[in-house]
Ligand binder design. Sequence first.
Ligand SMILES: Nc1nc2c(ncn2[C@@H]2O[C@H](COP(=O)(O)OP(=O)(O)OP(=O)(O)O)[C@@H](O)[C@H]2O)c(=O)[nH]1
Ligand SMILES: [Mg+2]
Length: 325
Amino acid sequence: MDTEATAARIADGDRRALARAITLVESGREDHRAQAIELLEALKRLKRQAIRIGLSGTPGVGKSTFIEAFGCSLTGRGLKVAVLAVDPSSARSGGSILGDKTRMERLSREPGAFIRPSPAQSQLGGVARRSREAIALCEAAGFDVVLIETVGVGQSETVVAEMSDLFVLLLAPAGGDELQGVKRGIMEMADLILVNKADGDLKPAATRTCADYSGALKLLRKRPQDPEGFPKAMLVSALEEEGLEKAWDEMQFLIKWRKENGFLDTIRAEQARYWFREEVRQGLLRQLETGAAKAVMERLGTEVARGEITASQAARTALARIADR
Ligand SMILES: Nc1nc2c(ncn2[C@@H]2O[C@H](COP(=O)(O)OP(=O)(O)OP(=O)(O)O)[C@@H](O)[C@H]2O)c(=O)[nH]1
Ligand SMILES: [Mg+2]
């Protein structure tokens, strides 16, 4: 691969070059990894930035419908929109969230839109790196907005929040008056809660749910990166395309405020530091999987089990030997 030429094509907004580069960052092969890193370094020089919006919600809340409608409203404003997915659960049928690209038929036909389904992968660490790098590629390709979708079933929200400028939680109207078992930790990550399906018969329930969450958000500890009134909860209907413009206005307001107050840069800097540490951690864990490391662990483990050596002493020896290699 000619890195400079590929970088130039991506910078030009060439979709095929972008798609191929994403395939490259998804690859686990050592030589591909080296090429990917070189390409990302070259593209970093462009210093292009998109608004990165993380979007999470449990299955069925309307993520696909929302992304389709919201994405189209953005392309309608002349913005270029990329949609990526973070899906740690390869157990899902087909192993890809945006496998339902057909359900985003309208958006996928928009010339200003780029939709990339997630590959079937199981390991969250690998998915996270691939997603971060795909975001960087989309930014270099000149997209204005990158939407990162994840299905809200566990740790994937944290992963997505750690690579977004803005984290949106999509909720459906609750049946009763109880909060929908949304974990406090996830609420604390949200910048904007959108209660979807605020239409037809569901409207009263949606309105109640929205009021409940507005109240709950006010009880959270105030974060320095938030202007007055944030995080906030709002009503939308992805199906009837209601509230989407308002949601976009709120997002823009928040981004602008954070930019002007220096938080956007500090958030990104902290995220970069987080991912650097995370990759080193992952790399060290992978070292444990090598044959030599396994042999050391096995041998010392046996000695510990036999009572010949203490666990602490064995751990110290193991770390020294593995780090030595
Ligand atoms: N009434 C109403 N129904 C909606 C709305 N948005 C989505 N739905 C419906 O809710 C169902 C699920 O919508 P999806 O967009 O597929 O939900 P999802 O979150 O992508 O679901 P998964 O991909 O399974 O995680 C579909 O039948 C949609 O038509 C809305 O604003 N109002
Ligand atoms: Mg979906």
